[in-house]
Design a protein around this ligand. Structure first.
Ligand code: SAM
Ligand code: SF4
Ligand code: SF4
Length: 298
């Protein structure tokens, strides 16, 4: 048994806020639905500022993404870069098709890229070429960007080859697998066990996979996701901002509310959702560096 250390080490984490911008996409991933939409980038930036204003830069991590592809909107990325240069902690989720151009002049942003493996075959549902996949993986290794992979029909051998490739390149980011989501509380159709994966520092904690396996086997969840303990979503459509507690794909419409204060709930209709929110608080980007706060003198 490990020796008991007293007082226990406490870790401070950032407040997590996810901003999802209504947008169009240049890909047609077979598992995703996108809409044709026109985005007013100036109005969107004003909405982003209205949200930022309610928080303190050092204490909050914003994940900004689109329900289409955010890199199609350079004025929004430039605006986020300006805010990040002022000290805001901002990560951006992208499909990686605008690499490397989307990085230029945006060195203060942190990145998360979606990619379903290291080969074009594994990415057939995303329609990516091998060249595009290589560019995403190279960038992730270079920038310690996080990778988000939808697990659908890739074989375990392919998944482990991907892990081995990243290990061999000394990848220091985070490779996050999420199941092809079953909407409206339907059962999950895919399962991935931590024990079957080649060990690597950059994998999600084993507890994440335990929860996934449990939901797959029983159709029920037995744990509370980090979005409940520390998370809130903003949905931005030009100058309209709505809010919702959770970051699931099929949040019932009536659970959204107008822009204002966050609301807390004593229950939430979670269904079979399982994704990165499950272990969000443990991500390195969520940690506030230690030593900033000293004990008060009495
Ligand atoms: C809707 S996309 C938007 C951001 C950006 N276009 C991208 O692909 O990263 C957000 C994330 O959801 C994932 N996704 C889309 N459809 C999904 C599904 N049916 N099940 C699980 N994940 C899905 C995507 O791969 C991506 O990582
Ligand atoms: S790139 Fe993202 S938004 Fe576009 S179709 Fe694929 S998953 Fe959907
Ligand atoms: S539905 Fe999913 S994201 Fe939303 S609170 Fe429940 S587990 Fe978390």
């Amino acid at each position: 048994m490990e020796p008991v250390v007293w007082p226990p080490r406490t870790r401070r984490i950032r407040t997590y806020r996810n901003i999802v911008i209504d947008g169009a996409c240049n890909l047609r991933c077979t598992y995703c639905e996108v809409k044709a939409i026109k985005v007013d980038q100036v109005a969107t930036n004003a909405s982003l500022d209205k949200i930022f204003e309610r928080y303190e830069p050092g204490n909050t991590l914003f994940r900004v993404e689109s329900n289409g592809e955010i890199a199609l909107y350079p004025k929004i990325l430039d605006h986020l870069q300006r805010r990040a240069a002022e000290g805001w902690h901002i990560e951006v989720l992208s499909n990686g098709t605008r690499l490397p151009r989307c990085l230029e002049g945006r060195e203060n942003l942190m990145w998360v890229f979606s990619v379903d493996g290291h080969t074009a075959r594994m990415n057939a549902k995303r329609g990516l070429s091998q060249e595009q996949v290589d560019r995403i993986v190279d960038t992730a290794v270079e920038l310690d960007a996080e990778l988000q992979m939808v697990y659908h029909d890739q074989s375990l051998e392919e998944v482990n080859e991907f892990i081995d490739l990243l290990s061999s390149r000394n990848y220091k980011g985070l490779l996050h697998f999420m199941p092809l989501l079953a909407f409206k509380g339907r059962p999950l159709t895919v399962n991935l066990r931590y024990e079957d994966l080649h060990p690597a520092e950059f994998l999600a904690p084993s507890e994440y996979f335990r929860r996934w396996n449990h939901i797959f086997e029983t159709g029920k969840r037995d744990a509370v996701c980090d979005q409940i303990s520390n998370g809130y979503n903003y949905s931005v459509s030009d100058d309209r901002i709505e809010m919702v507690k959770c970051d699931c794909y099929s949040v019932p419409k009536h659970l959204y509310h107008d822009f204002g204060d966050v609301r807390e709930f004593d229950n939430w209709p979670c269904g079979t959702c399982i994704a990165n929110q499950e272990f969000n608080n443990s991500r390195p980007r969520m940690q506030v560096p230690e030593g900033r706060i000293t004990l008060p003198l009495v």
